[in-house]
Design a binder for this molecule. Sequence first.
Ligand code: HEM
Length: 453
Amino acid sequence: MSFSLLFFSIIFIFLAYEYSYRRLKYKLPSGPFPWPILGNLPYLEPDIFQCLDKWSQIYGQIISLWLGSTLNVVVSSSELAKEVLKDKDQLLAHRPRNKPVSIMSKDGKGILWADYGPHYVKLRKICTLELFSPKGIEALRPIREGEVRAMVESIFKETINPDNYSKILLLRKYLQPVVSNSVTMQLARRDKLIRAVIEAYRAEKRNGANAKPNLLDSLLGFQETYGLSEESIKELLWDVTTAGLETSSIVVECAMAQLVKNPRVQFRAQEELDKVIGLNRVMAESDISKLPYLKCIVKEALRLHPPAPLLLPHKANSNIKIGGYDVPKGTHVHVNVRAIGRDPAVWQDPVEFRPERFLEKDVEIKGHDFRLLPFGAGRRMCPAAQLGMNLVTSMLGQLLHNFSWALPEGVLPEEVDLCGISGMASFMQKPLQVVPSVRLPAHLYKNEGLDTQ
Ligand code: HEM
């Protein structure tokens, strides 16, 4: 027997022993049989969410999944979600970081991937007390409204573009000003980009330009107050930008896909918008509170298509129990909020897109009702949930008030594929193609239309 064969046999036996030892020592949740070294990786199909649905039907609403030699526990019921995100919140507030995530996040210097500790608490405070506080959100409202108007204006230009005969547009191009793969941009380029943004901002400030406040403005203002290093500010800025951009545009794209598949819902939303706003001015964020049906559409889209279907991973910081099973220290714990949002024990006709369900019975969405958890709950919950709701609702409201939306000729509603790409953030595999037609007088499509309120 060659030396290398002997070496690999020893490693194999060691890992097999380690698996059996761990599985015998602890009463772990059941799950598919794990192979040494590979664990359950050979069984994973491209659509991970379908795999998880299948396994939780076989093994129950809490399952063990071995990704290589790492134990992952996935929970898929609202009761277990409550146990993870509320009852044992503190014991599960760390984040696991594999090699690429460690490199990308500078070992958790930003907020997304930081373990729960003093550095994290400081960053979280900046988010909740400053950036995403009601005052912080309000301060940046003019910027958001301007951006949404710019999106409407560019869609309008495309609808009257004589060169676009088919009038078909790829909605994502307008929703996502920064392409999604910018998140995976190489580290060197990313650092350079952020530094350039900060330098440009400081130069503008020195020259007395840029009177409008923005997120960077607020963030740099807090650097001294909270005693943060330049690196932490850069990482926080990066995390906040990427977390916000991707998630919000995913929700709007999925909601729009549902609205072209369900013209009845689209029509009802437009009726409400016309009644509240009329046809002679454009929507403002302050209109949202008077648009209950639009708000239900956003909730329904987030129920069926949460952009982070498994939230972000949590990590057990000691040996704990979940659902009566052992969860050893270091285990990665995931809450399958997509499955919870489609659980037939909780939702009637769960896969039907029917916003009215929330008019009939309201369900809280920001972490207090464990049946609907697109933002998570507890101490790692999205700190910008209110901002996310405002952004998504005003984008969607503006799209529906300014345009009617249809599928390209010859495309049937059942052909619109809402399957998401499996990943931390799950966006539609096939970008949505739609045909808009103008609903308002032409002069309102200029960016200054907002001032006509
Ligand atoms: C509809 C829009 C959004 C959804 C559905 C969403 C959802 C989420 C989810 C599920 C998490 C992880 C929760 C957990 O691990 O338990 C998260 C974390 C986070 N989100 Fe959001 N988010 C949205 C918008 C935004 C926006 C607009 C921003 C900022 C501009 C943002 C910033 C963050 C940050 C910084 C975290 C990390 C929090 C932590 O680890 O403690 N999100 N979000």
